[in-house]
Design a protein around this ligand. Sequence first.
Ligand SMILES: O=C(O)CCC(=O)C(=O)O
Length: 244
Amino acid sequence: MKASAQLLADYERDGVVLIRQFLSAGEVAAVRAELERYIRDDLSAQPVDARTFEKDDKTVRNLWRLEKYNEWFRQLGERQDIRALVAPLVHGEPVLVGVETFNKPARIGSGVPYHQDNAYFCQTPPDMLTVWIAIDAVTEANGPVFFVKGSHRDGMQPTKPSGVRGNSIGLAAPSSVPLAEQFCGLLAPGDATIHQCETIHHSAPNTTDFARLGLLLVYRGIHTQTDPALKTAYAAAVATTPPA
Ligand SMILES: O=C(O)CCC(=O)C(=O)O
């Protein structure tokens, strides 16, 4: 996997790009099998920071820190071909920071408020990104992620605590860009989007009978540093709405 000049230019301009067949059908099946095994066999013995549940307090909304709690997913995140792809996008040597899921389960999958990831990551310069890989098909109906193209170029926007478990900090005001003009990540299993950490994005609840499982790989450039002002705002939000 290598980032083409076109992909790089699109990423710098839009703050989001789409890559078809990022993982093969066999790799998607392997991810699904390991996630199911981990949730069934390992999750209950992990610390509470390993997950966020939906409102029913039993269905997984997010898995967090898989790079720490699951060797198979750490190795996936450290794959050389993926690191080589993201290196020019983070403007340096990539460091794997997180392997996570947004499960968006059928019927009860909750929405994600308008936000910028750097409100959580708190890095400067914002050379950090997320590879969002579809494990299920992502359709217009089951809560796709919408991105405001080019919003990363306007820097960090004012935030407020969102009250949403697992997404505690959101934008103080939603984007004024109409939904129809936003970049909608409609994906077949194995397709991926890559978004920069200051690109504004959000997703609706999933009221359909079809789950919308996404696997996220998060990287930063080795040169980024924690921004104390961003960290203070995040700490306040997460204290108001803990993820677990
Ligand atoms: O999967 C979603 O619905 C939201 C994902 C998200 O917020 C992210 O990738 O940073």
